[in-house]
Design a protein around this ligand. Structure first.
Ligand code: FAD
Ligand code: NAD
Length: 477
């Protein structure tokens, strides 16, 4: 079947579905093509984020945290719950329900906004032509002629040569979120965002978790002091994080995964019930183009190259989200989707790539925006740092959750905020205030002069801003 469109969006993850909705809101005739199938072989919108990423991982982080609280911390609050038990099947059923409701929500939004949806595999055969084939039969079902194409095909887990996935034993992040029993010993290769979140879930539920990380430094992209504090906290929570390691082999023997890895001290062996590989993600850009590739440029890692408007080397073809490279974050892709929709409609907005918030949902959570101290030093900037430990926060004390620190880095001359780094409970929520401050070009003094409700964790941002100028009230300056 052939049809004509203003915009064809390929991919219904957080980049593509947001782009499609905004295009339709702007009056553009829009179709979104998506090939995702869930484990029941049903089409399911929302891409990696809703189906196997942000949402299911946070659902399980929430449940596992509650379980751990009930088991370990309730007594401190005077709540006696002598027989807290785990029903992992119910926990996983709740996770699936949350995912289902949200994916159905995207479907409803498509209907309300009049975005046409086609299930199938899209291939760009000419600058104005997209062919859609059945994933099952490969038969071509639709030929879409279009003025604009938005590529939002996302990313997939990187696989390691010496660590082929083996069903039930060597898993990627999707497999790690699907387990219906708690592994006694869980190995995780990679101590990045996924490794730490997946490790936190299963460790809270009772697994002995070992993370094998190749890098010498723990979370090198974060503030080094906060990273040190987080590593110490996770170690106390029994996550065994081993840095500077190199995987040699993994073999399934007697229903267990036998791993050999190297570190500075030589070769080591470990036996796990399950092994998760979480070593990054690669772009879905390979099965996307007709034979000649239309001249669309990709970098050496196959990420599609774009300019500041997310236009590829073919101006009517845009690319957004994970497929154009790091940071691979849902909110970054969504904002690019909105920017591109506006651009196609003849409007102009920008994505501020300097102010992308990042969060890792461990406990405490770590969140940051802007520059780290090391980056400020490397850039030759003169800066001042204000920080406030959560131990001094009244609200943190009432929550019995005093681990962490809030840090604000401000330019010595202009007092403008260069970076905010937060290690605390609910850092994911607190960081939004920092992004707003920086987006509105507030100075540390502006924050210091702002009133914050008491008692809140947000007061820590206020005190950190006061501390930039040596005026904090609740700590020694
Ligand atoms: P995707 O979400 O990958 O969606 C791409 C869509 O395109 C998919 O539906 C795919 O089937 C479809 N597609 C691909 N090729 C074709 C084709 N040729 N034809 C038709 N359809 C096609 N990010 C955060 O910001 N916060 C988090 O807390 C977070 N947690 C995560 C946890 C895990 C375990 C994982 C794996 C990722 C997490 N991420 C998180 C990252 C986040 O999921 C991604 O950054 C985000 O999903 C990228 O969105 P996207 O729209 O670019 O691509
Ligand atoms: P990552 O880049 O965050 O971490 C991968 C880790 O694996 C790195 O520390 C890397 O040094 C290590 N590694 C690479 N090769 C290795 C090897 N051979 N042996 C041992 N370690 C090795 O990637 P990820 O954790 O796979 O997550 C993928 C993407 O998904 C990230 O870009 C992230 O932004 C996104 N994500 C975000 C969130 C969040 O926002 N909360 C959560 C999960 C995932």
């Amino acid at each position: 079947m052939s049809s004509e469109w203003d915009v064809v969006v390929i991919g219904a993850g957080p980049a593509g579905y947001v782009a499609a909705i905004r295009c339709a809101q702007l009056g553009l005739k829009t179709v979104c093509v998506d090939e995702w199938l869930n484990l029941n072989n049903e089409s399911s919108l929302g891409g990696t984020c809703l189906n196997v990423g942000c949402i299911p991982s946070k659902a399980l982080l929430e449940s596992s945290y509650m379980y751990h609280q009930a088991k370990v911390n309730f007594a401190e609050h005077g709540i006696i719950a002598p027989s807290v038990e785990l029903d992992i099947k119910a926990m996983q059923a709740r996770r699936k329900k949350v995912v289902h409701e949200l994916t159905q929500g995207v479907l409803a939004l498509f209907k309300t906004n009049k975005v046409e949806l086609i299930h199938g595999h899209a291939k760009i055969t000419a600058v104005n032509m997209v062919e859609v084939s059945s994933r099952e039969t490969q038969e071509v079902m639709h030929e879409l002629t279009t003025a604009n194409i938005i590529i939002a095909t996302g990313s997939s887990s990187v696989h390691l040569q010496q660590l082929e996935l083996v069903e039930g034993y060597i898993l990627d992040s999707s497999g790690a979120l699907e387990l219906d029993t708690v592994p006694e010993r869980l190995g995780i290769v990679g101590a990045g965002a996924i490794g730490l979140e997946v490790g936190s879930i299963w460790s809270r539920l009772g697994s002995k978790v070992v993370l094998l990380e190749a890098m010498h430094e723990f979370l090198p992209m974060t503030d080094s002091k906060l990273a040190r504090l987080l590593k110490r906290s996770l170690t106390k929570q029994s996550l065994d994080i081993r840095l500077d390691t190199r995987m040699v082999s993994a073999e399934i023997k007697d229903k267990q995964v036998h791993v050999v890895y190297e570190s500075k001290t030589g070769e080591h062996k470990e036996v796990f019930d399950k092994l998760v590989v979480a070593v990054g993600r690669k772009p879905n850009s390979d099965r996307l183009f007709g034979s000649e590739g239309l001249g669309i440029e990709r970098d050496e890692r196959c990420f599609i190259m774009v300019d500041e408007n997310c236009q590829t080397s073919v101006p009517s073809i845009y690319a957004i989200g994970d497929v154009i490279g790091p940071p691979m974050l849902a909110h970054k892709g969504s904002e690019e989707g909105i920017m591109v929709a506006e651009h196609i409609a003849g409007n102009y907005i920008e994505v501020n790539y300097d102010l992308i918030p990042s969060v890792i949902y461990t406990h405490p959570e770590i969140a940051w925006v802007g520059k780290t101290e090391d980056e400020c030093k490397a850039a030759g900037l003169n800066f001042k740092v204000g920080s406030f430990p959560l131990t001094a926060s009244g609200r943190a004390r009432t929550m019995d959750d005093t681990e962490g620190v809030v840090k604000i880095i401000a330019d010595s001359e202009s007092d403008s905020i260069l970076g905010v780094h937060i290690l605390s409970a609910q850092a994911s929520e607190l960081i939004a205030q920092a992004v707003l401050m920086m987006e509105m070009q507030a100075t540390a003094e502006d924050i210091a002069l702002t009133m914050f409700a008491h008692p809140t964790l947000s007061e820590s941002l206020h005190e950190a801003a006061l501390s930039v100028h040596g005026r904090a009230i609740h700590i020694k300056n």
